[in-house]
Design a protein around this ligand. Structure first.
Ligand code: ADP
Ligand code: MG
Length: 638
């Protein structure tokens, strides 16, 4: 054996610098991790105001200043020593953690891989004290003048770990991560005055507020805030509260889902799944709910020490939490009558055209909703919790293997769909591609099974082999049109209705510029626009499928969509929102009397769309009542 090998075989204690670097690797992944740890320290120090300043996405400088209780001068060196904390005394305390931090690793880790300085003063001290650490080398502490509280400065992060520095993304991306960390703290602590600056520019200045709702309004604006549904529940020593958004407000990712446990932001797949389940059938495929939910529970019910950054936790009874969340949301949605889409006062007047008395329509809708609610009473969770739990168990079991709703129907299915629209008199030129009516493609057997009746000129009540369905005529038609438009757009076969005389619309200079800028996106969705004199836009063609709609109305609404979308929206999101708007405009309205053939044609198409339970706005199209349920309600079953 060579002596070299001997060296390998001997065990030795790693130097503190090496330990800290390893720990830093776990805790400090990027500038945002530093911001997170420093913010948590300031929160733990009971600060009421925290200022965060960063330069170049935090790669040059991160400075966090708080007005918290500060550090005693005798403890300053301990603050940056590893495994030194004021928040934990014995191992037992690990299961009674009430502070954000407790591992005593953060400052030591950060100081190991940066030029670090901390200045702090407690209110009863005359002087402050300052300590600097150069890439792990601790300098002598020095007295300094400073206000009560603590300022930590971190420069040149990862200066001595070149690989990690190289892996940093652009300052913009790094700043986005920082902003997200900042948001989490801002949402969990509305009473904190929080400020965030990037490259000396103010990004957020959030004054202290009494309520979460106020803070959400500051962050996300009134539109989302107005669509938030308050949630409140308590069971088995666990309190759940917060807000979830009405299904009309959803996102294409889960980024709008914030979960907090005892004030700490957490990530939890099981709870996210429960959230998704609660909205099942209320959102379109690929859309995710927005939620801000807070769980409060005794610290001994959860282990927060399973992840270096404490963002994942282990619950003693995660099933209980899953059920609490799912059942609370489901029950809430039922009481709000989201199932029929009129639970919240939406400002959306698109469904009631000017020619119909909106009051009458609302009356009619409410009457039907009451009727359906009566019938649906049997579906609502009973007081008897065991019954509810059993149902939830069944739901869980059923969804275990199908966490995602089915894919939308294939191209072939959509192409086979009939188009029941009647042609309205318009100055029409040549039709680029004329379709033959294909209603006869619907199997005769299927047609004979459908016995439908229109009620209140708004809903279709259909006897189905399974029971009864109540269809919202507008929502269903809108959905069908949306799918048809989308499939034609994706396949590049959007049939255009050319206008003999183009319709023109005068716009503001800004709007006109926006329209011309998005000319090709508009062409994608079948709207053929051109410049027509100063600030005037001409529409010379629009989708054949939408021939019921008023082209001027379509153009005007498109301009509004472009305006509200802004320039940052992706092309896909933009075209989707345009298609949804057009489908809504062209669809049969609530309050419109339909001929039996029209009813039949509309219902015939519904079987061709798998995902026909909700319209593009996220409202459901159909309420179902099973035969079994009917029998049970009328006491026909033992
Ligand atoms: P932890 O937060 O896990 O205790 P840290 O390394 O983040 O570990 O901080 C070490 C100690 O330094 C803390 O326990 C706390 O006593 C003190 N400290 C850190 N930041 C601040 C601050 N902003 N205000 C007051 N004390 C602080
Ligand atoms: Mg800490």
């Amino acid at each position: 054996m060579s002596t070299d090998m001997e060296v390998y075989r001997r065990i030795h204690q790693l130097a503190p610098a090496v330990i800290n670097k390893i720990a830093a690797g776990e805790v400090i992944e990027r500038p945002a991790s530093v911001v997170k740890e420093l913010l948590e320290n300031s929160v733990d120090a009971l600060a009421t105001r925290i200022d965060v300043e960063v330069e170049r996405g935090g790669t040059e400088l991160i400075r966090v200043t708080d007005n918290g209780e500060g550090i005693h001068p005798d403890d300053i060196e301990l603050a940056v020593a590893s495994h030194a904390t004021s928040k934990l005394h014995s191992a037992d305390d690990l299961f009674a953690v009430r502070t954000r931090g407790f591992r005593g690793e953060a400052l030591a880790s950060i100081a190991e891989v940066s030029q670090f300085s901390i200045r702090t003063r407690q209110s009863d001290q005359l002087n402050g004290i300052e300590l600097t650490v150069q890439a792990g080398i601790v300098k002598e502490p020095r007295p300094c003048g400073c206000p009560t509280g603590t300022t930590v400065e971190v420069r040149q992060l990862f200066l001595n770990t070149p690989v990690r520095r190289k892996f940093l993304k652009t300052p913009g991306t790094e700043f986005a991560h920082i902003s997200e960390q900042f948001t989490r703290v801002a949402l969990s602590s509305p009473a904190l005055h929080l400020v965030l600056r990037h490259n000396a520019k103010m990004v957020y200045d959030l004054p202290a507020t009494g309520t979460l709702l106020d803070r959400l309004r500051m962050f996300y604006g009134g539109k989302l805030a107005d669509a938030l549904i308050p949630i409140e529940a308590e069971a088995g020593g666990i309190r759940l509260w917060g807000y979830v958004a009405h299904p009309s407000q959803s996102q294409s990712s889960r980024k709008g889902q914030y979960l907090f446990l005892n004030g700490r932001w957490i990530q939890d797949r099981s709870l996210q799944h429960a959230l998704g389940e609660a909205y099942r059938g209320l959102l379109m495929v690929g859309r995710h709910p927005i939620a801000f939910l807070f769980f409060e529970m005794p610290p001994d019910q959860v282990d927060v020490n399973v992840h270096p950054t404490k963002s994942e936790v282990r619950f003693l009874d995660s099933q209980h939490l899953y059920r609490l969340l799912l059942s609370t949301l489901r029950t809430k949605f039922l009481t709000l009558d989201l199932g029929s889409g009129y639970g919240l006062q939406t400002k959306d007047s698109e469904t009631s055209p000017a020619s119909v008395n909106p009051h009458q329509v609302r009356e009619a809708q409410q009457e039907l909703v009451r009727w359906a609610e009566d019938k649906l009473a049997g579906w609502k969770p009973k007081e008897d919790l065991s019954d509810l739990e059993a149902k939830l168990d069944a739901i869980e079991a059923e969804t275990e293997h199908s966490t995602e709703p089915p894919e939308p129907p294939g191209q072939a299915d959509l192409e086979r769909q009939a188009d029941s629209s009647t042609i309205s008199p318009l100055p029409l030129a040549d039709v680029v591609h004329v379709e033959t009516p294909e209603a006869q493609h619907t199997p005769a057997s299927q047609q004979s099974e459908l016995r439908a009746m229109q009620v209140h000129d708004c809903y279709l009540v259909v006897a189905t082999p399974e029971g009864i369905s109540v269809v919202d005529q507008h929502a269903l038609h809108e959905r069908i049109l949306f799918e048809q438009l989308k499939s034609r757009m994706l396949s590049g076969r959007m049939e255009i209705q050319k206008l003999l005389i183009p319709v023109t619309l005068e716009l503001s200079p800004r709007e006109a510029a926006l329209v011309l800028e998005q000319k090709s996106s508009l062409a994608d969705v079948g709207l053929i626009v051109d410049e027509f004199g100063v600030n005037t836009i001409a529409l010379s063609g629009y989708p054949l499928l939408l021939r019921r709609a008023d082209p001027v109305d379509l153009l005007r609404a498109s301009v509004e969509k472009l305006e509200s979308a802004g320039r940052k929206i992706s092309r896909e999101e933009l075209t989707n929102s345009l298609l949804a708007m057009m489908a809504c405009k062209a669809a049969i309205k609530a309050g419109q009397r339909l001929q039996p053939e029209e009813i039949e044609a509309l219902l015939a198409q519904r079987h061709l769309i798998d995902d026909s339970h909700h319209c593009p706005h996220g409202r459901p199209t159909t309420l179902r009542l099973s035969r079994e349920e009917l029998d049970r309600q009328f006491g026909r079953l033992g």
